[in-house]
Design a protein around this ligand. Structure first.
Ligand SMILES: Cc1cc2nc3c(=O)[nH]c(=O)nc-3n(C[C@H](O)[C@H](O)[C@H](O)COP(=O)(O)O)c2cc1C
Length: 251
């Protein structure tokens, strides 16, 4: 999907690229990092994070415009954060982002989403434990359990907050309005220096597991349509690996 190579003259073998890869696609060797065949999803966390800019990809680098808080710069510099500081984001910022997300478009202007926010490392640990226990009991998401056994955490990514959006099962554009609102909130949170990562595992489990539905107070016949993990990022991404131009059929 993406051709990654390494400039060994610049690489200092700090291991950031290997450790950050969500697909565990890279290994560190005596000669420097190497890509294994297969599993890369092309997110280019490795290239974005490299302090030496030694991870090379076909598309090269992009430059975000100044000032940083323009929408274009926010869109280009946003990344999925999977390393967070232990101190949680403050409640007012989360409240502000969700209040402002009400300005996002929604089908029929119905704004059908109700939100649950889990705030703080202890509460996130409780959610994580409950989710993993439910998976172990039911056999759901064996790949997640395998990742956790290996010391990874694709469920919460060490985030200290979670925003979950629900919609009634009979809402007009089921799920779409929540995803638009959450995407809007994600950029607003980035504009205040917070990091986010979409919680796909978390959403699927929160929608199914009675224990999580109860913890998040999801009403009966409502569905969890989006989960966003949030926290104060513990690292920066100095580079913006370019993404390909849109594949468009113009008529
Ligand atoms: C709907 C959705 C679900 C996702 N679920 C997860 C997840 O469960 N765990 C995770 O670590 N990343 C998750 N991601 C993050 C993607 O892996 C990430 O967006 C993609 O690799 C591109 O990287 P970037 O966000 O840094 O640009 C999810 C992203 C989306 C949009």
């Amino acid at each position: 999907m993406v051709n990654i190579t390494f400039d060994t003259s610049r690489c200092v073998k700090c291991g950031k690229c290997v450790n950050l890869c969500p697909s565990r696609h890279l290994v560190m060797t005596d000669a420097g990092p190497e890509a294994k065949p297969g599993s890369c999803m092309g997110c280019l966390q490795c290239a974005a994070a490299c302090p030496q800019d030694a991870v090379l990809n076909d598309g090269g680098r992009a430059t975000a415009p100044e000032p940083f808080d323009t929408v274009e710069a926010l869109v280009m510099t946003r990344r999925s954060h999977r390393r967070y500081r232990p101190d949680a984001p403050d409640r007012r910022t989360l409240q502000w982002a969700l209040d402002r997300a009400a300005y996002a478009p929604s089908g029929g202007n119905r704004r059908p989403t109700r939100w649950a926010v889990v705030l703080g490392a202890d509460k996130m640990s409780a959610i994580k434990e409950a989710a993993l226990s439910w998976c172990a009991e039911t056999g759901y998401a064996p790949d997640l359990l395998k990742a956790v056994e290996k010391g990874r955490d694709p469920l919460t990514c060490s985030a200290t907050a979670l925003i979950a959006g629900f919609e009634s099962a009979d809402s007009l554009n089921h799920g779409t309005d929540t995803v638009i609102a959450l995407t809007t909130a994600e950029l607003l949170l980035a504009s205040r220096g917070l990091g986010t990562c979409w919680g796909g595992y978390m959403r699927r489990i929160a929608d199914r597991a009675p224990v999580l539905r109860e913890m998040l107070a999801v009403p009966e016949n409502w569905h969890v349509c989006g989960c966003l993990l949030v926290g104060r990022p513990s690292m920066e991404y100095p580079n913006i690996p370019a993404r390909p131009a849109a594949d468009i059929h113009w008529t």
